[in-house]
Design a protein. Sequence first.
Length: 476
Amino acid sequence: MGFLSQGTGEEETSSGGASPPTGPGDGFGARFVAPVVIGSMLNPVNSTMISTALVPIGRSFQAGASATVWLIAGLYMASSVAQPAMGRVADRLGARRVYLAGLVMVGLAGAAGLLARSLGELIAVRVLIGIGTSAAHPAAMAMIRAQSVRLGGETPGRVLGALTIAGLSSAALGPVLGGLLVGLAGWRAVFGVNLPLAATGLALTLLWLPKDEPRRAEPGRGGTWTALDPLGLLLFTGALLPVMFFLMRLRQHPWPLAALGAVLTVALILWERRARQPFIDVRMLAANGPLVRTYLRCGATYLVIYCILYGYTQWLEEARAYSALATGMLMLPMCAMAALCSGMVARRRGVRRPLLAGTAAMVAASAALAFTGPGTPVWLLVAIGLVFGLPNGLNSVGNQAAMYAQTPAEQTGTAAGLFRTAQYLGAIASSSLIGLLYGQRASTGGLHTIAIALSALATVLLLATLADRGLARDGG
C-alpha cells in the first residue's frame, strides 16, 4: 500500500469500464475484487517464487550465492522506493491508469526474462518487475477507496481481507510454484509466468474496473507535480538506496554509504517538516512511538522469514541435493500453515497473543536449524518448515493489524507505505546475511551460522514484543 494511496475522495471513478452498481454489494462483487486481487498478488509471488530458481540460475551463468542474491535485492530495492512513490502517483493521476501501466510493465519484464542472456540482464528484469508490481498494489488500494466513496459507504472488511490473504498466501506459495515451474519448464518459467498473470489482470481491469474520473483542480494546493513533492521523493530515494547498498555489501564494510544515507536522511527530515504536502509526514512518526516500534518489529520479522524462504531453500537444493520441484514440495506444509494462520488472525481483534505465539515459534524453529545436517530425516525438515509457517502467518497479519490500530485514520496511506518499506528493508537485510554467510555455496556450516544469528534476533524480538506496552493496550 503506497503513501496516500487511500485517496481523498476526488479520485472517484465513473462507470466507464463497467455497469453502474446499484448498491454496495454489487459495487464490491466478484467482478471488482478479482482484478484488484491479481494486482496484490504480483509483488509477493514474484518476491518468493525466485527462491527455488536461484541455484539453477547460478549454474546457468556460473555464479555463486553471493551473486545470485542480487536477483532478490534488485526487486526489493526497486519496490522499496517505487511502492510509496507509485501510491502517490496513483492518488494524483488516477489509480486505474497506474494499475494498467504497472501490469503492462510486469508483462514486458516477464518477456524480457525469457530472453535474458546474462545474470546482469536478469537482475535488470527483476528491477522492472519490482517497479511494475509496486504500481499494482497501491493502485488497487486506491481503487477500493475510490469505490467506497463513490458508493457512499465503508469498504467491506471481506474486500480488504481478500487482498491481505491473497498477498500472504501468494508469498507463501511462491516457493512451491517456483519449484513446480523450474521442475517442469526450467528457471526461465518463473519469469515467463508473469505474462499470463499480467494479461489476465489487464483483461479483467479493462472489462470490469471503472475508469478514472478527470481530476478537479484544488485551489491553493498547487499543480499535480508540486503535490507529488518531487524533492521529498528524491531525498527519500537518496536516503534509502545508500542504506540498501550498505546492507548488500557488508563484507566490504562500506561505511561511506552509511554516512551518505544518514546525511540524506537528515536532509529529508528537514525538508518534510516544512513541506506543505510532504511525501512522508515525519511529524506524525515522531509523535507515534508504538507505530515506529511496529515498523522495527516488521523489519526484523521479515529478515527472519526471508532468510528461511531463501536460505533454507538454497541449502535444501545444494547441500541436500534436492531438485527445485522437490524443494518446493518440502516447503508446501510451511505455506499451508502460513495461509491457515493468516486467515485465523485476520478474524481476531487482538494482536499481542498472535505476535507472541509467532515469535516464540520463530525462536524454536531458528534454533532447530542449528541441528540440521546431511543426515536429518525428511520428516524433520518438513516439521521445521511447518513451525516456520507460524510466524509467516501470525506475525505478518499481526504486525499489519497493529499498524492499522496505531495509525490515525487520515494517515493510513502514509503509514502503510512505510510499513511496506520496512518489510523490504528486512528482506534486503536477509539477502545480505545469506550472501555474507553462505558465500559461493549454501553449506551446512553456513546454515548453522545463519541459525545462530536468527535465534539471537528472534529472542530479542520476543523480549521486545513482551515489553511493548502499546501492544498490551491492544488486548489479546
